[in-house]
Design a protein around this ligand. Structure first.
Ligand code: AMP
Ligand code: ZN
Length: 492
């Protein structure tokens, strides 16, 4: 089997053949940093993270680009609403995005390839920020004007959609659909209602850059055309994002990039994830039906969120429910219990199982890959001889790693689950009492700090304080067990 991906451009599953043998360039539209990411925004992050891991495992040298959109009208609005400086707001929300995605075990920009150990291929992740590429945007807009694909009007520069014969091809939309779908402003200065903005004027209190078209700022679409070219070149292999981006964002990226480069091919494979939904509706800030990643992390470990995200095929909708997260936690319990059962053996070669690779090569069929992983856990529990156990352990860890799962020790997993369990209980208890939720739940770090303090007090023969710490923890539902290797803890 070789890797097959569904290519939105051709509306079918196709064999993946990179432009240059052995190398893959992948660009995925990243977040607009004006607020905390919601759990829907995390879906493309997790999906393309698994695709990057798979490509590395298949031996490709992978350059994975995920941009940060740090100039956008939503950012200007949020800064005004919060009465916050724009740079501070984007720095704060970018840091929050990184924190949240770290919890989901997503690959990081500038991570050393050796630290990733993804396979034979080299891995590089780049995270360009739009504000670092303004010069390139001004250059591309100037080229589009020179070539007759864009025009200036009242401080704006607009892309002339009638100048491109196959505008609309990626999304397969006709003109009327495009005008309705784009919800583009029917401004009097536009030659055609479907023309879209490349550059717009900024007032003094807005972020703006001097340009041949006046002081202003770029439109959203031109940002990705320029950042992808700067990092991957004019033509590259894979372009990803959520399906909401097919039109207008990706359609417009194609228009800008192809017209600026005399029709040269832009992205070769277009891969789009389906929506994360709430009771059938797309999770979005505008509908107000969203939960931030941070909120969900209060109730479940990041690994359970990640597994739940992978439990549906990426092109299908995924309805986000508390039951789904609980099921993901239970499935991780199963997997970590299998690893616990294998604790007495050294893992054999840490390689994903062939069935797991085959499932992922088939258009990233993560639900099937998980089914294979559970089957391995079942085998682990039945295995009796050491060689068999070593093989299964190597495959469980290797397959888990390919999916970004099972990086913890069973002990770490069961302790993290305990802390979240306590938090969830505490939320319930406190809500019943009508008191504010989530104010003082003991964290894993606090438990460990108290154990260290107790060790110290025991050394100083202050047994009274040592017992007090143990009793206080017991009152919080944490039981300490003193053993030859030191003190461990578990939930009562
Ligand atoms: P934004 O910050 O709104 O540009 O979104 C960042 C990324 O999240 C894009 O790739 C979107 O397609 C994706 N996205 C936003 N909402 C959802 C959702 N409910 N389900 C899946 N992907 C989404
Ligand atoms: Zn984009």
């Amino acid at each position: 089997m070789t890797l097959h991906l569904y290519n939105t451009a051709h509306r079918k599953k196709e064999e993946f053949v990179p432009m240059e043998p052995g190398k893959v360039g992948m660009y995925v539209c990243g977040p607009t940093v004006y607020d905390r990411a919601h759990i829907g925004n995390a879906r493309p992050v997790v999906i393309f993270d698994v695709l990057a891991r798979l490509l590395c495992h298949l031996g490709y040298e992978v350059t994975y680009v995920r941009n940060i959109t740090d100039v956008d009208d939503k950012i200007i609005e949020a800064a005004a609403k919060n009465d916050e400086n724009i740079d501070k707001l984007t720095a704060r929300t970018t840091a929050a995005f990184h924190e949240d995605m770290d919890e989901l075990n997503a690959l990081k920009a500038n991570q050393e390839p050796s630290a990733i150990e993804l396979g034979n291929g080299n891995f590089k992740m780049i995270e360009p920020r739009a504000t670092e590429h303004i010069d390139g945007m001004i250059r591309m807009i100037s080229t589009l004007i020179e070539k007759g694909h864009a025009y200036e009007a009242e401080g704006h520069v607009l892309f002339d959609v009638t100048s491109m014969a196959d505008y609309g091809k990626l999304s397969g939309r006709n003109r009327d659909d495009m005008i309705a779908g784009a919800r583009v402003e029917v401004a009097p200065y536009k030659k055609d209602p479907a023309d879209f903005v490349l550059w717009k004027p900024s007032t003094d209190d807005m972020p703006g850059w001097d340009s041949p078209f006046g002081r202003g700022r770029p439109g959203w679409h031109i940002e990705c055309s320029v950042m992808s070219e700067a990092t991957l070149g004019i033509t590259f292999d894979i372009h990803g994002g959520g399906r909401d981006l097919i039109f207008p964002h990706h359609e417009n990226e194609v228009a800008q990039s192809c017209c600026a480069h005399d029709g040269a091919e832009f992205a070769r494979y277009w891969v789009h994830n389906g929506f994360l939904t709430v009771e059938g509706d797309k999770m979005s800030k505008s509908l107000g039906n969203f939960r931030t990643v941070q909120d969900v992390l209060e109730e479940a470990p990041g690994e359970a969120i990640r597994l739940n995200m992978l439990s549906a095929h990426y092109r299908q909708p995924l309805d986000w429910t508390a039951e789904g997260v609980t099921r993901a936690k239970a499935n991780l319990d199963r997997l970590y219990n299998a690893l616990k059962h294998l604790e007495d053996v050294e893992a054999g070669s840490i390689e994903p199982a062939a069935e797991v690779i085959a499932a992922l090569e088939d258009d990233l069929n993560s639900p099937q890959a998980l089914t294979e992983l559970y089957a391995l856990a079942g085998e682990a529990n039945k295995a009796s001889n050491a060689a068999e156990k070593a093989r299964i352990k190597g495959q469980l860890l290797g397959s888990g790693h390919l999916l970004g799962l099972l990086d913890k020790s069973p002990k770490e997993w069961f302790q993290s689950i305990t802390v979240h369990h306590l938090k969830a209980e505490s939320i319930e208890a406190r809500s019943e009492l009508g008191s504010p939720v989530l104010t003082s739940v003991i964290s894993k770090e606090n438990i460990e700090a108290l154990i260290a303090e107790r060790d110290e007090t025991k050394k100083q023969k202050n047994y009274k304080r040592a017992d007090e710490i143990r009793d206080n923890l017991k009152a919080e539902g944490i039981v300490l067990e003193d053993g030859p290797g030191g003190t461990t803890w578990k939930r009562a």
